[in-house]
Write a protein that binds this ligand. Structure first.
Ligand SMILES: NC(=O)c1ccc[n+]([C@@H]2O[C@H](COP(=O)([O-])OP(=O)(O)OC[C@H]3O[C@@H](n4cnc5c(N)ncnc54)[C@H](OP(=O)(O)O)[C@@H]3O)[C@@H](O)[C@H]2O)c1
Length: 285
């Protein structure tokens, strides 16, 4: 461990909570911030003031306006948070001498490739969320010296609602769901991603990285596999084309991420670990 003090921005989110637990467990000094304590809509100077007492050596930026359809409906807010908020936070981190680790997304790609995307492939976002995240990447690249851009995809984890949890909840209640057969990507467990992020931010290899579990699967196939692995009926899962879902934002159709130089477990392994936690949580509730 070459550094100790980590600020996790967006620490109340699905990934943020996982990162706080992970890095604390590894003995780092972790300072979580939320939209209440460090909002991305404030000025760069205010951000610097909020960060300074933590003496951050690394700032992990996982706060974002992540609802893809809501971003499409409110592009100004998407840009204010994902682009401008990331930009200001990056500059504030740099001012304090901290390395900036920006969590980005497979949605920066257009999905037209037929093989997994490499970190050096050219982004070409097709929706507002993807564009706002890509601008965050561009400003990071252009204006910062010490940064990691870490793209990930299709997250599931215990700390917030997500596709895997939704499928499990619906199937357990015997409800029908529609799942798109024409969106293919890489599901990624936040527990595996936390390990990958730790490896990347300790690598000293500044620049763009991909961190996702191994595998490429459609949302429909993922829903089926989730139910099979959980011992639930797959009867209620209906295969649809994404256009039948009537969503405001287009999604890229094929965005599996290739993760060179990173040993990544399969998403199914991640699912088994997640499912154990999901069952414990369901029992407690
Ligand atoms: N989820 C995925 O499938 C996925 C895939 C690829 C990449 N990513 C990226 O991974 C990162 C983490 O995603 P996630 O799924 O963990 O997101 P999440 O659960 O939606 O959490 C995002 C966090 O950002 C915070 N936030 C929103 N607006 C803010 C603002 N104005 N100021 C400060 N904080 C604000 C939210 O705070 P509140 O709790 O107060 O609302 C929330 O805690 C994001 O950068 C996302 O773009 C996610």
């Amino acid at each position: 461990m070459g550094f100790k003090n980590i600020v996790v921005v967006g620490a109340a989110g699905m990934l943020g909570q996982e990162l706080v637990t992970h890095f604390r467990g590894k003995g780092y000094s972790v300072f979580p911030t939320t939209s209440e304590t460090l909002n991305l809509l404030v000025t760069e100077d205010e951000m610097t003031e909020k960060l300074e007492p933590f003496q951050p050596e690394v700032v992990i930026q996982c706060a974002a306006f992540t609802n893809v359809d809501a971003c499409e409906r409110d592009p100004d807010m998407a840009m204010a948070i994902n682009k401008d908020g990331t930009h200001k936070l990056g500059l504030a981190s740099q001012k304090l001498g901290a390395v900036f680790a920006y969590i980005s997304t497979d949605y920066v790609f257009d999905g037209l490739k037929s093989e997994p995307y490499l970190p050096e492939d050219r982004p070409n976002p097709i929706n507002t969320y993807g564009l706002s995240k890509y601008y965050g990447e561009l400003l990071t690249t252009e204006q910062l010296e010490a940064y990691y851009i870490i793209r990930t995809s299709w997250l599931f984890g215990i700390h917030r609602n997500n596709f895997a949890q939704w499928i499990l909840d619906q199937a357990r209640q015997g409800k029908a769901v529609k799942a798109a057969e024409d969106w293919v990507g890489t599901p990624t467990w936040t527990g595996n991603l936390a390990v990958a992020i730790e490896n990347i931010i300790n690598s000293g290899q500044f620049g763009v990285h991909h961190a996702a579990d191994a595998g490429a699967i459609s949302r429909y196939e993922q829903a089926i596999r989730i139910c099979q692995m959980a011992g639930l009926s797959t009867e209620g899962i209906h295969r649809v084309h994404s256009s039948d879902l009537g969503l405001p934002a287009n999604r890229p159709q094929f965005t599996p991420l290739a993760c060179p130089n990173l040993a990544v477990p399969s998403w199914e392994t991640g699912f088994q670990a997640y499912f154990t936690q999901y069952q414990q949580q369901s029992t407690v509730l």
